[in-house]
Design a protein around this ligand. Structure first.
Ligand SMILES: C[S@@+](CC[C@H](N)C(=O)[O-])C[C@H]1O[C@@H](n2cnc3c(N)ncnc32)[C@H](O)[C@@H]1O
Length: 369
């Protein structure tokens, strides 16, 4: 973790700017920084005898290059002396241009694969459909890094990858867009069914994002998961799907190889979407109309989201910096609210419905009147 131990910083009143780095405000140990397109926090933590540890807040960390620039600007601004540092030796792995972020646009995606693991099928799809853009969704970082390495080495240009929970990601895809969604060998979660990728809201999103004639392909070794999915599907008033048992498929994943050796059966469900869906909402306004009050630090748990206010720092010069976590259970996000006459998020939450619902509720619960 890149940080510095410094001595005698003399922080002038903020805001102040050095070499294009803006130091916006100080609230407790937190210093709000803006540089280029980044907003992040530096933390100035007292270590006794006029010494301070200067580090960054993890959830808002910018690229290392920006962070180093921020540290240097801070030293220049405050005239602090370095006692010890570990930033010079740290190098950052370059970011792949194919790694997507949730706030980006997804309207060019044609095919989605959920939980691609080693990426065998994802890469196969990219080769089979060179004119299509294929998005791989995974929550396991090593799998993402491995696929991005292969994409680079093999010069594949039509794969995009995102580290996100697939149950939330689909809401970013415009309606009637996708030609196919693949879910191969999902974790069956027999002991914790609420963690399964397939559930009714997820299936609704599958139908919404598929174009008419588009398909959703579940392939699983778990008869239980197969039956569970069938049950979910049969609750729809009108639906078209095909089931298969022990049919070969054009690729064999690592998991399939293993199950086949063990003599397990493999099940497929292939659903075709027959219905056009209304457009979905892509823009969410995370705005506040008035100052917030009455903070309570107990997590508030709702059906689809949680709200947890963690810390409130008084800001020098008035107002509060409020640190909290909001959003879907499987993807709670750290947020910072600058609570002044017209409050705002230091960085807006990801544009997904669960975050918006949590935001609305947060405004209601912490109204001043
Ligand atoms: C059993 S592996 C199967 C991997 C690959 N599809 C195959 O057939 O070899 C399940 C994969 O799904 C990923 N996964 C689990 N839950 C997920 C979720 N909610 N969203 C995206 N990926 C998920 C896991 O990280 C894991 O890589």
């Amino acid at each position: 973790m890149p940080h510095l131990l410094i001595e005698s910083p003399q922080l002038p009143p903020l805001p102040a700017e050095v070499e294009g780095v803006k130091f916006l405000f100080k609230a407790g140990e937190m210093i709000g920084v803006e540089s280029g397109n980044y907003r992040y926090f530096l933390k100035l933590i007292p270590k006794g005898e006029n010494r301070y540890l200067l580090k960054y807040e993890k959830k808002t960390r910018p690229l290392l290059k920006e962070l180093k620039k921020g540290y240097l600007a801070f030293l220049q601004l405050t005239g602090a002396q370095i006692i010890r540092e570990n930033i010079s030796g740290i190098k950052e792995k370059p970011l792949s241009p194919y790694l997507k972020k949730i706030e980006e646009d997804f309207s060019d995606i044609d095919i989605v694969e959920i939980g691609f693991g080693t990426g065998r099928h994802l890469i196969h799809l990219a080769r089979e459909y060179p004119e299509k853009t294929i998005l791989g969704v995974e929550i396991y970082n090593p799998a993402i890094e491995q696929v991005l390495r292969r994409v680079k080495v093999e010069g594949i240009s039509n794969i995009r990858v995102i580290n996100y929970d697939a149950r939330l990601l689909l809401s970013r895809i415009p309606s009637n867009r996708l030609e196919a969604i693949y879910l191969h060998f999902p974790v069956p979660w027999d002991d914790k069914p609420h963690r399964r990728v397939i559930n009714r809201p997820f299936l609704n999103e599958v139908f919404r994002s598929l174009k008419v004639g588009g398909i959703f392909h579940l392939r699983t070794d778990s008869e239980n998961y197969f039956r569970y999915t069938l049950e979910q599907l049969l609750t729809y008033p009108r639906i078209e799907f095909q089931t298969r048992k022990n049919f070969n498929y054009k690729t064999i994943s690592k998991y399939e190889e293993r199950w086949k050796k063990l003599g397990k059966s493999i099940f497929d469900i292939i659903i075709s979407n027959w219905e056009e869906s209304p457009p979905n909402r892509q823009q969410w306004e995370f705005e506040f109309e008035e100052r917030l009050c009455n903070w309570s630090f107990k997590p508030l748990v709702y059906d689809r989201f949680v709200i947890h206010i963690e810390k409130v720092y008084p800001m020098e010069g008035g107002g509060e910096l409020v640190q909290g976590s909001i959003g879907a259970f499987d993807r709670v996000e750290r947020v910072f609210i600058i609570n002044k006459e017209k409050p705002y998020y230091f960085r807006p939450p990801a544009p997904i419905e669960e975050n918006f619902l949590a935001h609305q509720e947060l405004k209601r619960v912490f109204r001043c009147r």
